[in-house]
Design a protein. Sequence first.
Length: 264
Amino acid sequence: MRVIITPGYDACSKWAADYVAYKINRFHPTAHKPFVLGLPSGSSPLGMYKELIRQNHEGKVSFEHVVTFNMDEYIGLPPAHHESYHFFMQESFFKHINIQPKNINILNGMTKDYEKECRNYEDKIKSYGKINLFIGGVGTDGHIAFNEPGSSLVSRTRVKTLTSDTIKSNARFFNNDMTLVPKTALTVGVGTITDAEEVMIIASGAAKAKAIQHAVEGSISQMWPVSILQMHQHAIIVCDDEAAKEMQPDTIRYFKETEQRTIK
């Protein structure tokens, strides 16, 4: 596991964006060999998206031959709803870059057949071989995507009931009214995420510190789904000092010193 510890959110976002651009450019994607990128929604990636938009406009990275798969979507919210992840991704990222609409994949929360929607999503990912880089955030309880504590560490795309903690956390997007937050969602599984060639998790702020400590120093457990990264061959956690502060001082020092000698 590679752990990047930055001074704050802006530095965290810049490092993550630079890494995404580096991976895309190194891959040299074409129409017949696209780069496949897994993407999150929520507040954690907003700084990264802003920086990637800037780099795209400056010609430093192109998304013309990038295929994206988003992590999740609320059940019951139409794409035009301002709190749907379809809407979030369009407004925060997609409409600002040169991605082809046909290359954007987001689960359909309005489907009448959840099982078929999830199965088709997995099949479409497999049709590209695998996801090259899957980016995610992490919840205060260690969930990744909507894989809440207790989720199988080999789970696939499916319907998930959200915990009260997740509903409470997401209420800030719904006028702080928990009754407006959907109680179920479609989400990629932990196994879907870890099938990717690389996984990069972004975390910022003291609220994420316990989750990062479990991800790096704790035992692998379904009660902290993010801990599965310890078993991934190419996992990266990009966090700031506040999100790293629950780790042991020796752990923090190790990763900071190692990173000074690491070539991207």
